[in-house]
Design a protein around this ligand. Structure first.
Ligand SMILES: [Ca+2]
Ligand SMILES: [Ca+2]
Ligand SMILES: [Ca+2]
Ligand SMILES: [Ca+2]
Length: 133
């Protein structure tokens, strides 16, 4: 389990929470925090606010297979939260996200070679030809 804390401006909290909800984080704890941070106030235009009212968002995430993608995001993406390589193409789900290949299709470009095999051989898993360096 991983605890994530984020301090946001109160007027942004609702937008941030709904964005988190969209991304698959339904359980976010919202707390109001006050005080003067390290930044000694906030300057907006010509006005400096020194007592800041802020909102702290806290959420707990799980990453069962420890591949760097939390369970709720994996469930939302349709990948297996208990398996680092959902489509068994030798590229982890995280690698696939980073490379824009399909984590649920072992052969994203449909050329008969698995995504992982293409990467290992220096080929582009998203189309014909070699990977650009
Ligand atoms: Ca995971
Ligand atoms: Ca994979
Ligand atoms: Ca794949
Ligand atoms: Ca391929």
């Amino acid at each position: 389990m991983l605890l994530i804390r984020a301090i946001v401006r109160p007027e942004k909290a609702t937008a941030v929470m709904s964005a988190l909800f969209e991304k698959g984080f339904p359980s976010v704890t919202k707390l109001s925090v006050y005080g003067r941070g390290k930044q000694r106030g906030l300057k907006v235009g010509d006005i400096t606010y020194d007592e800041l009212s802020k909102t702290m968002l806290m959420m707990v995430v799980n990453d069962s297979d420890k591949d760097g993608i939390s369970d709720n995001i994996e469930i939302k993406n349709g990948t297996n939260p208990n398996k680092t390589d959902s489509d068994e193409d030798d590229l982890t789900d995280l690698d696939e996200l980073n490379r824009s290949t399909n984590p649920l299709n072992s052969d994203t470009d449909g050329d008969g070679y698995k995504d992982g095999a293409e990467i290992n051989g220096g080929f582009d898993p998203l189309g014909p030809g070699k990977l650009k360096k």
